[in-house]
Design a binder for this molecule. Structure first.
Ligand code: FE2
Ligand code: FE2
Length: 336
C-alpha cells in the first residue's frame, strides 16, 4: 500500500549530503538537474547524485516493507471471513500486497542495495514501515475499513508516484495503483453491505471501525508541510509530486462524500465544508500520537516486527535449500 511520511526520517538524515564535489561531479549534477527539469525519467544505469539515490532507496524500501507488513493485520482475518466470497477477496488482496512488496524490493535493488540488506534493516528496526499497520484489526468491519480508508489513502499517496522521476519506481507504481483501486472498492462494498443489509449491531461495528481508523489514516500522509523538511528536495527531484497537506486535503474531500453514501459519521466534529476555500476544514491531528507510533510505541509495533522476524527465521531452510539447489545447477558443475 503505503507510502506515508517517507520523509519522517528526515530528522535523522538532515542534509547529510553537502559533500565537496569535483568539477566533473558538478557538471554531472547540472546535467541531471536539467533532465529532471525537462521531465525526463532517470533509469538505473544513469548517473544520479548520491543523495537522490539514498532518498529513493529509503523511500522505496520503506514502501516495500509497508506492503509486506501490511499483510499482517489482514492475515489476522482470513480464517474468520464471514463468507467464501469475502475470504477469496481477502486472500486475493493480501496476495496483491505481497506482490507489491516484491515489485518494490526489485525496484529498490536497482539502486544497488540487496534485498537481504533491506530486510536486515527492517528486522533490526533501522528501516521504518507505514505506522498505520501498528494499529490492531479488532472486528470484521476493520477489513472493510482498511480497504476503504487505508487503501484509499494509499491510492491518493501513490498515484502521483506513477510520475516519479525514477523510472523503475514509477513503472512499479502503475500496476500497484490499479490493484489498490480494487482494494479500496472491495472495502467500500463490504462496508456498504453491512450498512445496508446488516443488523443494528453490524452497523455499529462499522461506525466503531471508522472511528478508530479515521485519524491514523489522516496521519498516513505524513507531517504537515511546514514540518516536513525533506519534502522540498524530494519535490525538486520529482520524487514527490504533491505535498503531504495537499494529498491529505484531497483524501478528506473525497472521503466525506463516500461516508455520506455509506451512512457513517467521520469522527471529527470540526469537519465541515468551507465555501471560501472550496475544501473541507478539519479538526487538529494528534501528531504526538503519530510520532509515538513511528517511534515504536504504537499498539502493535512489537507484534508486527516480531511476526516479520519469525517469518524470516522460519524461512531459513527454504533459502538454504534454494541456494543448495542453485549450486548444483551451476554451469561448472553441470560440465563436471
Ligand atoms: Fe492495498
Ligand atoms: Fe499494496
Amino acid at each position: 500500500m503505503y507510502t506515508q511520511a517517507m520523509d519522517t526520517l528526515a530528522r535523522e538524515s538532515g542534509d547529510a549530503l553537502k559533500p565537496v564535489r569535483s568539477t566533473e561531479e558538478k557538471l554531472l549534477e547540472e546535467r541531471f538537474d536539467a533532465r529532471i527539469d525537462a521531465g525526463d525519467f532517470i533509469e538505473a544505469k544513469d548517473w544520479m547524485p548520491a543523495h537522490y539515490r539514498k532518498t529513493l532507496l529509503r523511500q522505496i524500501s520503506q514502501h516495500a516493507h509497508s506492503e509486506i507488513v501490511g499483510m499482517l493485520p489482514e492475515g489476522n482475518w482470513v480464517t474468520r471471513a464471514p463468507t467464501l466470497k469475502r475470504k477469496l477477496i481477502l486472500l486475493a488482496k493480501i496476495q496483491d500486497e505481497a506482490g507489491h512488496g516484491l515489485y518494490l524490493y526489485s525496484a529498490a535493488e536497482t539502486l544497488g542495495t540487496s534485498r537481504d540488506q533491506m530486510l536486515n534493516a527492517l528486522h533490526t528496526g533501522k528501516a521504518k514501515y507505514s505506522s498505520i499497520f501498528n494499529y490492531p484489526t479488532l472486528t470484521w468491519a476493520d477489513m472493510g475499513t482498511v480497504g476503504w480508508l487505508v487503501d484509499g489513502a494509499a491510492i491518493m499517496n501513490q498515484v502521483p508516484i506513477c510520475r516519479c522521476s525514477y523510472a523503475p519506481y514509477a513503472r512499479a507504481m502503475i500496476r500497484i495503483c490499479r490493484e489498490e483501486s480494487f482494494h479500496q472498492r472491495q472495502g467500500f462494498e463490504a462496508l456498504l453491505t453491512m450498512m445496508q443489509q446488516g443488523t443494528e449491531a453490524q452497523r455499529a461495528m462499522v461506525q466503531d471501525a471508522v472511528n478508530r481508523w479515521w485519524w491514523p489514516c489522516l496521519m498516513m500522509f505524513g507531517p504537515p508541510d511546514a514540518e516536513s523538511p525533506n519534502s522540498a528536495q524530494s519535490m525538486r527531484w520529482g520524487i514527490k509530486r504533491v505535498s503531504n497537506d495537499e494529498l491529505r486535503q484531497k483524501f478528506i474531500d473525497a472521503t466525506v462524500e463516500q461516508a455520506k453514501l455509506l451512512g457513517v459519521t467521520l469522527p471529527d466534529p470540526e469537519l465541515k465544508w468551507n465555501e471560501e476555500r472550496q475544501q473541507h476544514d478539519h479538526g487538529p491531528i494528534d501528531w504526538a500520537e503519530f510520532w509515538a507510533v513511528v517511534g515504536g510505541d504504537g499498539p502493535c509495533n512489537q507484534e508486527r516486527l516480531g511476526a516479520r522476524v519469525k517469518a524470516w527465521d522460519d524461512g531459513a531452510w527454504v533459502r538454504e535449500a534454494a541456494l543448495a539447489h542453485a549450486r548444483k545447477h551451476t554451469p561448472q558443475q553441470q560440465a563436471a
